[in-house]
Design a protein around this ligand. Structure first.
Ligand code: FMN
Length: 351
């Protein structure tokens, strides 16, 4: 097993990133309480192994939207990966493919989709102020091999990330959201107010429904943190949802994803549900499945691993998570992901 646990990547990558880029990647809304809350909430869930089962070969594999993954993990969409490494998103995609994980390309990618894709991938989309611009983005992603869309609903504005602001982060020359080149900028309000301008781009359920009706790819809504939002996304025609608080980057006061996941699964037993935010170990991945996720998205550790070692670094990081997950499954008495149920979470007995 590789020596570096996922939660140690941040510290090791510190010297491989500029202080400004480090503040951008690590930062959370406000002083970052939401980032910490995500991680703490997984760890607070204790485990209850099924002892005494003779296990055969473990299989961590899952099938999601018709594709088989070696373990239930996709790399989360993260903007501007060339901040971490010259090969940016291409290196991350390559590593994900090598490890049998999925890859979600951010719409704010620093390399165009057709220079990234190693395997079919999912494309994360911010709905654009003009439908034609959204459609052009989708078409470019599909040409490059996108087989699902992830529409981010929770970030019509950037969160206020104190550490990033204090560090004075700005995109360095040569790094920009290349797929947005030539697309109309945010609609301007009459008073040229930047917040109003950004909010004019905010996605609504009707716009999401129009997209779902128009594209042949499955669409997932990302940023869902309540049963009501999950129901609205499915009613709009989504194939699934990503339970996410954007890694604590948009609002500091949101609950942890681990705190809302079980109730969303209970309300929608048949839905495709992914979750992200603070997954830092194989045990965390196991906990997410026990709460009802079909798979998780892994964010910041991948960014740091990319800074540390490019494609090789990301591959090593994903492999560590996969190995830890397999060990956890074995110790928990689960042969397949389907056996990872809520019963595997410890509930204190009240006597
Ligand atoms: C540097 C960075 C950039 C991100 N960019 C995007 C983005 O472009 N679109 C998006 O939907 N989410 C974005 N996210 C959020 C991630 O997709 C994901 O929800 C979050 O990072 C998961 O939490 P974790 O980092 O604790 O694993 C970004 C996160 C980080 C850390």
């Amino acid at each position: 097993m590789h020596r570096l646990a996922l939660d140690l990547y941040e510290d090791h990558a510190r010297s491989a990133l500029t202080p400004e880029a480090h503040a951008y990647v690590s930062g959370g809304a406000g002083h970052g309480a939401g980032v910490a809350r995500n991680q703490e909430a997984w760890r607070a869930l204790l485990l209850e192994p099924a002892l005494g089962r003779r296990l055969g070969a473990l299989s961590a594999g899952v099938e999601i939207l018709g594709r088989r993954y070696r373990f239930p993990c996709l790399v989360a969409p993260m903007a501007y990966q060339r901040l971490a490494h010259p090969e940016g998103e291409r290196a991350t995609a390559l590593a994900a493919a090598a490890q049998g994980a999925g890859f979600v390309l951010s719409c704010q990618t620093s390399l165009p989709a057709d220079q990234v894709a190693a395997e079919p991938f999912w494309f994360q989309l911010y709905l654009q102020p003009e439908r034609a611009a959204t459609r052009a983005l989708v078409a470019a992603a599909v040409r490059a091999g996108a087989e699902a869309l992830v529409v981010t609903m929770d970030a019509p504005l950037n969160g206020i990330r104190n550490a990033e602001i204090a560090a004075g982060f700005a995109l360095p020359a040569g790094i920009r959201p290349v797929m947005l080149d030539g697309l109309p900028a945010a609609a301007r309000s009459a008073v040229q107010d930047p917040i109003a301008g950004a909010l004019a781009m905010a996605p609504d359920w009707a716009e999401l429904a129009a997209l779902c009706a128009e594209v042949s790819l499955p669409v997932l809504a990302k940023g869902v943190m309540s049963v009501a939002s999950a129901r609205a996304a499915l009613a709009a025609g989504c194939a699934g949802v990503v339970v996410s608080n954007h890694g604590g980057r948009v609002l500091e006061g949101l609950p942890a994803t681990a705190q809302v996941l079980a109730q969303i699964r209970a309300a929608l037993p048949e839905a495709l549900i992914l979750a992200d935010g603070g997954i830092r170990s194989g045990e965390d991945l196991f906990r997410a499945l026990a709460l009802g996720a079909d798979a998780v998205l892994l964010g910041r550790p991948v960014f740091y691993a990319l800074a540390l070692g490019g494609a090789q670094g990301v591959s090593t990081c994903l492999r560590r998570l996969q190995d830890e997950f397999a060990v956890t499954m074995g110790l928990m008495g689960c042969e397949t992901c389907a056996e990872i149920t809520p019963e595997r979470l410890y509930r204190p007995a009240f006597t």
